[in-house]
Design a protein around this ligand. Structure first.
Ligand code: B12
Length: 444
């Protein structure tokens, strides 16, 4: 019987898209699995096809001071079906030759775990899997991640994986290791216990420009356009003290300064959660910059939470406004005009300026009048907050899917690539004119 520790190779795939940028974007789920398997005794290797700091990369662009930055990119042929889009299409990430060399130098694994985030990025994952198969044709390979969770049927048909895993991996991965390597690994902790699971293995990266932090799983809300409750139906939170320790660990051990929260609802019940965490950071000697690229709920911003956010080192605040055309009739509004103005006032009073404060406005919703996006831009700007357009990506299974399908110029059901927000699938037609108009309005 083979008793050596199984060698598990974790791979974050390339992205094929019209645009991509490292906006604090890490394969957090895969890094959680890597950390858990490593702490449980497996030999874990990691290859990040989106590595901005790959050793073969001549003079990597360090990007912004706060950890964000551009991926290497190579123009490639457009994915079939998207030929009509008048934009360049690229593979984002490391050179395929470097990837093959990295695969060879990692040594033959016993099992490969590949993640895939956006559903419409599956062609990049497919190319990644083909490259892995070319080097290790007979090594079992399992695919998971948001794409696998939201489109398991499509993934099962189109991806050359031995198995597709939909949903959280911590509780499943030990079974997978045993099934595919024939070697049982005992978990170091209860994999379902969010407070016991080891930190994500960011130290397997060549550099740690920032760390992504998740204080919870799931979301207590269920917005029409969002798939969070399909991915994780239950809202669960970690102990804020444990989250604080995690931030301190990365700061002390690796000098990390920038931390991006990935939560869907970080500020819900702030008094008993986020405020506690922010207070711990304030009371420590840490010097951190905190970012919330995934939007915060405006209604949860009170005067005291805004002050604590500021004092703890928050420098990027993104608000989920969706539409500020409060008079318009585009969608069910989550917030009122008064709530938005109040939140803006509290944040400004706490010391945040317009560069730090951004509001996501959804554009390209089914049936949405582009004029209402322009109204929203004006309202958001009028209170000194930077408008940021979030182009709508329709997701199968969400409440908005039916309306999205009806409005789309593509057969959305036929292929996830048509849900790419860059092609504005629910607009009557892709319009550069509209994109430019919105950009100008923001800059004006
Ligand atoms: C954080 C986040 C972001 C971050 C960055 C994320 C990143 N890594 O790049 C930011 C804020 C930048 C972002 C941006 C966007 N996002 Co986003 N984002 C999320 C969010 C909230 C969490 C994802 C996450 O990291 N979860 C935490 C980890 C721990 O979970 P996980 O990755 O799923 O991993 C677990 C399992 O999947 C599994 N697993 C993962 N890999 C593997 C591998 C194997 C082998 C196995 C067995 C298991 C396994 O185990 C893991 C641990 O349990 C999700 C919603 C959600 N709740 O999932 C939306 C979500 C993924 N985003 C979405 C969207 C639409 C966007 C935007 C397009 C928004 C916009 N209109 O501008 C942009 C586009 C980004 C881009 N083009 O680069 C959609 C997906 C759309 C789609 N078609 O796929 C989601 C689902 C939200 C929604 N609207 O419903 N996003």
């Amino acid at each position: 019987m083979n008793t050596t520790a199984p060698h598990i190779l974790c791979v974050n795939p390339w992205i094929h898209d019209f645009a991509a940028y490292d906006f604090w974007a890490r394969p957090l789920g895969l890094l959680y699995l890597a950390g858990l398997l490593r702490a449980s005794g497996c030999r874990v290797s990691y290859i990040d096809c989106l590595d901005r700091f790959h050793p073969r990369q001549p003079q990597p662009d360090p990007g912004a001071r706060d950890g964000r930055g551009p991926y290497r990119k190579t123009v490639i042929a457009k994915t079939p079906g998207l030929e009509d889009v008048p934009r360049r299409f690229s593979r984002y990430g490391i050179d395929p030759e470097w990837f093959v060399k990295d695969l060879q130098s990692a040594g033959r694994p016993d099992l490969v775990l590949v993640t895939a985030l956006m559903t419409y990025w599956y062609p990049g994952a497919a190319e990644t899997i083909a490259a892995i198969r070319s080097v290790y044709p007979d090594v079992p390979l399992v695919l998971g991640g948001v794409y696998a969770a939201l489109n398991p049927g499509h993934a099962g048909q189109c991806m050359d994986a031995d198995e597709i895993v939909a949903g959280p991996g911590e509780t499943r991965v030990f079974h997978l290791v045993e099934k595919y390597t024939g070697r049982a690994v005992t978990p170091v902790c209860d994999p379902a216990d969010m407070d016991a699971v080891p930190y994500p293995a960011f130290d397997l990266q060549h550099e740690i420009p920032y760390v992504a932090v998740l204080t919870s799983r799931g979301c207590p809300f269920s917005c029409d356009y969002c798939a969070s409750c399909l991915i994780e139906p239950r809202h669960r939170r970690r102990d804020p003290g444990r989250v604080f320790e995690e931030i301190r660990y990365w700061q002390r051990s690796y000098g990390v300064r920038d931390f991006a929260f990935y939560d869907d609802a970080l500020l819900v019940d702030a008094e008993n959660y986020a405020d506690v965490l922010f207070s711990m950071i304030c009371d420590s000697d840490m010097d951190v910059r905190l970012h919330t690229p995934n939007a915060l709920h405006v209604r949860n911003i009170t005067r005291s939470t805004a002050r604590l956010m500021r004092a703890a080192g928050m420098t990027t605040v993104r608000l989920g406004v969706e539409t500020a055309d409060f008079e318009g009739r585009d969608m069910d509004r989550k917030i009122s005009e008064a709530e938005f103005f109040q939140a803006a006032a509290y944040l400004q009073e706490a010391g945040f300026d317009s560069r730090e404060l951004g509001a996501y406005l959804l554009a390209g919703l089914p049936g949405q009048d582009p004029a209402s996006v322009e109204t929203s831009i004006d309202i958001v700007k009028s209170v000194g907050i930077s408008p940021i357009i979030a182009y709508f990506s329709p997701i199968a299974g969400t409440k908005m899917w039916g309306a999205a399908r009806a409005a789309s110029r593509y057969d959305l059901e036929s292929d996830p690539v048509f849900t790419n927000n860059a092609v504005m699938p629910c607009q009557p037609e892709f319009s550069w004119e509209l994109v430019t108009r919105l950009k100008r309005r923001i800059a004006a």
